[in-house]
Write a protein that binds this ligand. Structure first.
Ligand SMILES: [Zn+2]
Length: 323
């Protein structure tokens, strides 16, 4: 299940995944045409042991992990036995880089640490067989965007060149659009991708809460489809991961507060439209929603129902939209 480099337009198969008839009860190994649905999982107890135990508890078909402290700069080494075990499990996995990373920062020390951290995450991702490393697109802070993008080009392109063809992708995750963020809207990805010469190893991680906060109205199936159309026009074949999160705040709020699927201002139904959109066919969905295993299991179950088209069981009324 390696990601591989996809030719432009390779994300536009003729049939939407949600319409394919398939037998029930298959695990992810047999669902190559379906988007695997999973979540960000804690790694306490060991990268493979802890993560896979939590994954099975929540019904995850893919996982995302931190390989270093998400709120620090320390570059922790892996445990080779756990790395091998995770790779051998075949579970599709992704690494999320720490939050402090900002390759657009005007502070030299932050930039150096960011470069070292992204390189470390790429190496660790390779060691565990992860498909990609998610990196926030960063902020220009107090400088012109062009200056920040030039710096990102200078520092990120050499890192991209270090990735072998069968290595992980670098996945750019646009943010909620607050402050001097370099990418909030899908359209803001265009200059960012151009700065990286549209390198084949650069992909996109679309976070639905961030996009909604940045002003894309994803609260209707039509709005969701329009946003994916726009993303496909700008970055064909580059959508390689979706952070499926509902939003505690309204569209355009520029606030990044994730909510459980169906409990926020996006609502559950648009996620069905998301999974049926050709640009998202086969693209893994990862929940980063509040709560523990119980809520995560519910969120994943909701997404699976929307994907598989099975009727919602009575009593699972968590997709009501707020007034
Ligand atoms: Zn996210």
């Amino acid at each position: 299940m390696s990601a591989g480099r996809r030719a432009p337009g390779a994300d536009m198969p003729g049939a939407a995944a949600g319409k394919v008839a398939r037998p029930r009860g298959l695990d992810w190994r047999h669902m190559t045409s379906l988007a695997p649905i999973g979540g960000h999982v804690p790694v306490a107890g060991g990268l493979a042991r802890g993560a896979l135990r939590y994954a099975s508890e929540i019904g995850a078909e893919m996982i995302q992990v931190f390989v270093t402290n998400p709120r620090g700069w320390a570059l922790t080494a892996g445990d080779p036995a756990q790395d091998v075990a995770l790779r051998a499990s075949g579970m599709p996995s992704f690494v999320h880089a720490p939050y402090l990373v900002n390759l657009g920062s005007p502070t030299a020390e932050t930039v150096e640490r960011s470069v070292a951290t992204v390189r470390h995450c790429l190496l660790r991702a390779r060691a565990i067989g992860a498909r990609g490393v998610v990196v926030h697109t960063g902020s220009a802070v107090d400088r012109p965007r062009e200056t920040a993008l030039r710096q990102i080009r200078e520092r990120l392109l050499p890192l991209m060149e270090e990735i072998p063809d069968d290595g992980p992708d670098l996945l750019l995750e646009p943010m909620a659009g607050q402050g001097a963020m370099l990418c909030g809207t899908v359209q803001e990805l265009e200059p960012y991708l151009a700065a990286l010469d549209r390198h084949p190893k650069v992909g996109v991680c679309l976070d639905t809460c961030h996009a909604f906060a940045a002003g894309h109205d994803l609260s209707t199936p039509e709005g969701m489809a329009t946003t994916l159309d726009a993303l496909h026009a700008i970055a064909p074949g580059r959508l390689r991961l979706i952070h499926a999160n509902d939003s505690k705040d309204v569209c355009g709020s520029r606030r990044d507060r994730h909510e459980n699927i169906g409990a926020g201002h996006i609502g559950a139904l648009p996620f069905g439209a998301l999974m049926r959109h050709p640009a998202a066919a086969g693209v893994p969905l990862c929940v980063e929603t509040p709560g523990g295993a119980g809520r995560h299991r519910e969120d994943i179950a909701t997404l699976k129902r929307l994907r598989d088209g099975s009727p919602r069981p009575a009593g699972a009324g968590r997709d009501t939209r707020p007034p």
